[in-house]
Design a protein around this ligand. Structure first.
Ligand SMILES: [Zn+2]
Length: 354
């Protein structure tokens, strides 16, 4: 094939998603537009817990059937490696079911999937008001997930889990050989970012409310900040991660979709637009953050994230004469061809054969 007049780049590495779930939460958009906050929607039975209910009820076959079209669309938009988290089961049986589905989905889609166990995503109804006991439970079941997940994650924020919970969870996770990641500083800075960095987390994700001292600490660490600008966008918030301050402090940044029922974008190209327009990142910084740094955030930079001899031929061809069209064209798909491990997927509707 020829790619004359087109732009070639590495496939996107989407390093933070919750792409496996059942159902949808379209009614919550109207609630948000009316001014209800995320925590208020959660209080009315929406949010994570409503997706938990649907996901618990869904048999494996249904979960996979609902998820595959999403993963295929993500691939058609240029993502060749995607992280997928559990976190809507919130008990051992259903968290195992979710990660088993990720493993089975990976056999069908032409995308490499990296699995993360986030049993500590929210406190399930069975443990309402008892987050300490729930963390004890999550720690006790960690060994059962060793075969199914590369990373352990936690939602460490107001209304969820504390830095102390994270410390206990990560201590055990590291002992078992998991990599660690954390959702931090999305709603409030409660100190979890510092704990995660000090414990050698692979990535700290969201990072909207991060303070100067923590940015400095991050810049002197190996931990990557995974920024998710689609999340404040759908929450209609004016505050985005301080990408420029982080870059000035020598932090390594990754960009990801955060694809989930509350932030339903499957399109890394759109994330690049948001990163440029809302966080003032340059297109070059965005490309690094959405490819190679995403691969580092998933521990797979030896295999993908850049076009180098010895890595997989995971290549994205843009229907554009240069890379400046990425980010500039908003919310549309300019991928003309996606090559995954040397196999070519192309066509007028985007990559075919998936
Ligand atoms: Zn997330």
């Amino acid at each position: 094939m020829r790619a004359e007049g087109q732009c070639i780049m590495p496939g996107f590495v989407d390093s933070h998603t919750h792409a496996l779930f059942s159902g949808s939460r379209e009614k919550e958009l109207g609630m948000r537009v009316k001014g209800l906050s995320y925590l208020e929607i959660l209080g009315q039975g929406g949010g994570i817990l409503s997706t938990m209910k649907r996901t618990r009820e869904a048999p494996e076959a249904l979960l996979i059937a609902e998820t595959l079209p999403r993963l295929k669309r993500m691939f058609r938009h240029g993502s060749t490696t995607i992280e997928v988290k559990s976190g809507y089961g919130l008990d051992k049986k259903n968290e195992l079911k979710m990660l088993n589905c990720v493993r089975n989905a990976a056999k069908i889609v032409p995308v490499d999937l990296v699995s993360t166990f986030i049993g500590a995503h929210a406190v399930p109804p069975e443990y309402k008001g008892r987050p300490d006991q729930y963390i004890d439970h999550v720690i006790s079941i960690l060994p059962d997930f060793r075969e199914l997940a590369s990373y352990v994650d936690i939602f460490c924020d107001k209304g969820a889990f504390t830095a102390e919970h994270m410390h206990r969870l990560f201590t055990e996770a590291r002992e078992l050989g998991f990599g660690t990641k954390a959702h931090v500083d999305e709603i409030e800075n409660i100190g979890g970012t510092r704990t995660a960095i000090e414990m050698g987390a692979t990535s700290v994700d969201h990072m909207v409310k991060t303070d100067d001292d923590t940015i400095e600490l991050l810049g002197n660490s190996e931990t990557i900040a995974c920024l998710l600008p689609a999340t404040p966008f759908v929450l209609m918030e004016n505050e985005y991660p301080r990408a420029r301050d982080m870059l000035d402090a020598n932090c390594a940044l990754a960009l990801a979709t955060d694809m989930n029922p509350n932030c339903w974008t499957e399109n890394m190209q759109f994330v690049v637009s948001l990163a440029m327009l809302q966080m003032k990142m340059s297109i070059e910084e965005c490309i690094t953050a959405s490819t190679l740094n995403g691969a580092y955030a998933l521990g797979v930079a030896d295999k993908c994230g850049s076009l180098e001899v010895g890595k997989n031929a995971d290549i994205l061809i843009l229907d554009a004469p240069n890379h400046l069209h990425l980010g500039y064209k908003i919310g549309i798909n300019i991928a003309s061809t996606v090559i995954k491990k040397g196999r070519i997927y192309s066509g007028a509707q985007g990559p075919q054969g998936t």
